[in-house]
Design a protein around this ligand. Structure first.
Ligand code: HEM
Length: 431
């Protein structure tokens, strides 16, 4: 079976390469993502643009565009998204043929689990998952509470000095950043360089260059951090993997793994904290309740995850064989894009799915994906959000957004705001 898979994979790669021409499509060379591919990433406030919902109701699987002769399919229906993401034998996640790399599994330069197929995916994910068990995560719980309280002090100090404060650089970004530094076990002196690599990563409005450029910079940095820890393993994830499995993984792969954790965990949690706060401030009763009633915290966080679905699309899937999905035939050489934000609002999965409603029955949403690429950091993210929102609401019960218009990202795989100006006292607030 593995040999058949390898054979099929190589055939698919050959097919893809022949289809896109001798040079291959190099997404990193595109200076702008074409609008016919980008429009499903646009939003109006917290909501996907209405066109996304209209498409889902009409055609939960639809051809988005043909791009250099390659069909790009958009899957927006909840059932259909689950069907694609669960079917790991029919789809590959290996993006290298599309980014100007050859197909070998050892020359991969793209990093992270999300673009990896079995057997590499299985091998690497197995190294990572023990670090994300509840038992290991428990060691981070007091640290997370400490980080949250410290950043709330920073917010308070800045507000005392200037009146208003931007919650993104003072709270939403540093909390997950410091949590990931703790998780990885990065020494203090490395943290500032590392922080600078955190932004711009997913902003596709800069084209592939920005996205893939940032990928390789942070990966290089983390490979170096890994190399340094070889002789003296630190207390976090990198050191733990070196101690327990050091001979099974080289610096390149471990750097890539750490990079995937960094990318996966930073922008996503930061966006959830910033946008989640904005939503809660628009629903003041829910904001007040997370401060006062511990029993509503979990479902409020789950509803925020569903409603916002900040990771708008899953990693692209590449069909390994001809398949029928939602009545359409997809083929090797095509790309299948699963729209998680659309699927999480599918009217077939519940009522009033476009509304934020913490009283809805807690169901399985797709904000962390589905299937064997499902987010490895889901429980850590939940731990952060379940700590941060109540602490924020307790410390600043009168917090209010201090702008008429939020600075939403125009076009980004991870949706978010680049700033969230707030005031701590209501009478000073502008809205
Ligand atoms: C609220 C915060 C987060 C959200 C919404 C989120 C969402 C997602 C989604 C949608 C996927 C891809 C699923 C797919 O394509 O099938 C994913 C994968 C991943 N996430 Fe997260 N994530 C979050 C936080 C984190 C954190 C805190 C970490 C680690 C510290 C993390 C690490 C990863 C990794 C390593 C993958 C790749 C897994 C694989 O391919 O096997 N994420 N995440």
């Amino acid at each position: 079976m593995p040999r058949l898979t390898t054979y099929l994979t190589s055939q698919v790669r050959r097919l893809v390469m022949s289809r896109v021409g001798a040079q291959g499509i190099d997404l990193s060379k595109l200076d702008k993502v074409p609008d016919q591919m980008a429009w499903p990433l646009r939003r109006e406030g917290a909501d996907p643009v209405p066109r996304v919902g209209e498409l889902r109701e009409r055609a939960p699987v639809a051809k988005l565009t043909s791009f250099f002769g390659m069909n790009v399919w958009l899957v927006t229906g909840e059932r259909e998204v689950k069907q694609v993401l669960a079917d790991t034998s029919s789809y590959s996640n290996d993006i290298r043929p599309f980014v100007g790399r050859k197909g070998s599994v050892t020359d991969g330069d793209i990093g992270g689990l999300g673009f990896t197929d079995p057997p590499e995916h299985t091998r690497l994910r197995k190294l990572l998952t023990p670090e994300f068990t509840m038992r290991r995560l428990e060691r981070l719980r007091p640290k997370i509470a400490e980080i949250v309280e410290h950043q709330l002090d920073v917010v308070e100090e800045q507000a005392a000095a200037t009146g208003a404060v931007d919650l993104v650089p003072s709270f939403a970004f540093p909390v997950p950043f410091l949590v990931i530094c703790e998780l990885l076990g990065l020494p203090d002196e490395d943290r500032e360089t590392f922080r600078q690599l955190g932004s711009a990563r997913f902003d596709v409005s800069y084209g592939g260059q920005g996205v893939f450029g940032a990928v390789s910079d942070s990966r290089k940095f983390l490979m170096e951090a890994t190399r340094k820890q070889r002789s003296d393993p630190g207390p976090g994830l990198i050191g733990q993997i070196i101690r327990e499995h050091g001979d099974e993984i080289n610096d390149f792969d471990l750097g890539g793994l750490a990079d995937g954790v960094f990318t996966g965990g930073l922008e996503t949690s930061a966006s959830m904290l910033a946008l989640g706060t904005a939503v809660l401030l628009d629903h003041r009763d829910d904001y007040r309740r997370v401060a006062e009633d511990a029993t509503v915290v979990d479902r409020t966080v789950e509803e925020l995850l569903r409603y916002l679905t900040v990771v708008q699309i899953a990693f692209p899937r590449f069909p390994r064989r001809e398949l029928t999905i939602g009545g359409h035939t997809v083929r090797p050489g095509d790309v299948v894009v699963c729209h998680l934000a659309a699927a999480n609002r599918d009217s077939r999965a519940g009522s009033r799915m476009d509304a934020f409603d913490v009283t809805r029955p807690v169901g399985a949403h797709l904000a962390f994906g589905h299937g064997f690429h499902r987010c490895v950091g889901a429980e850590l993210a939940r731990m952060e959000l379940r700590t941060a929102f109540p602490a924020l609401a307790r410390r600043f019960p009168d917090l209010a957004v201090a702008t008429d218009e939020l600075d939403y990202r125009r076009l980004s795989i991870v949706y978010g705001v680049d700033s969230l100006p707030v005031r701590l006292a209501p009478e000073a607030a502008l809205r």
